[in-house]
Design a protein around this ligand. Structure first.
Ligand code: SF4
Ligand code: SF4
Length: 89
């Protein structure tokens, strides 16, 4: 059977639901001390990948997206964010 021209083109692969999501956790990521975070949200606009979610009065970091750039760690005015090896958490 003769092949059609369209047989030679590959289909466009399906896009993941969230293109920013990584397949594996980073080796190091930012972690918040939930007991002491004031929920001031000063760190939120500085995250380049928008992975800091504001919960009721604290923040939560999505480890599937965090790229461990440490920007939020430097920004937090009360030093409740730290960079931690994910194997330890
Ligand atoms: S370390 Fe960087 S990517 Fe991770 S939450 Fe902080 S600002 Fe966002
Ligand atoms: S800047 Fe610090 S205290 Fe403010 S929301 Fe972020 S982690 Fe919490």
């Amino acid at each position: 059977m003769a092949k059609k021209a369209s047989d030679h083109f590959k289909g466009i692969p399906d896009l993941p639901d969230d293109p920013r999501a990584k397949k594996s956790r980073p080796k190091i990521m930012a972690v918040v001390d939930e007991d002491n975070c004031t929920g001031c949200q000063a760190c939120v606009p500085f995250c380049p990948v928008d992975c800091i979610e504001v919960m009721e009065s604290i923040i939560e970091i999505d480890d599937g997206i965090c790229i461990d750039c440490d920007l939020c760690v430097f920004i937090c005015p009360i030093d409740v964010l730290s960079s931690v090896a994910t194997a330890t958490i």
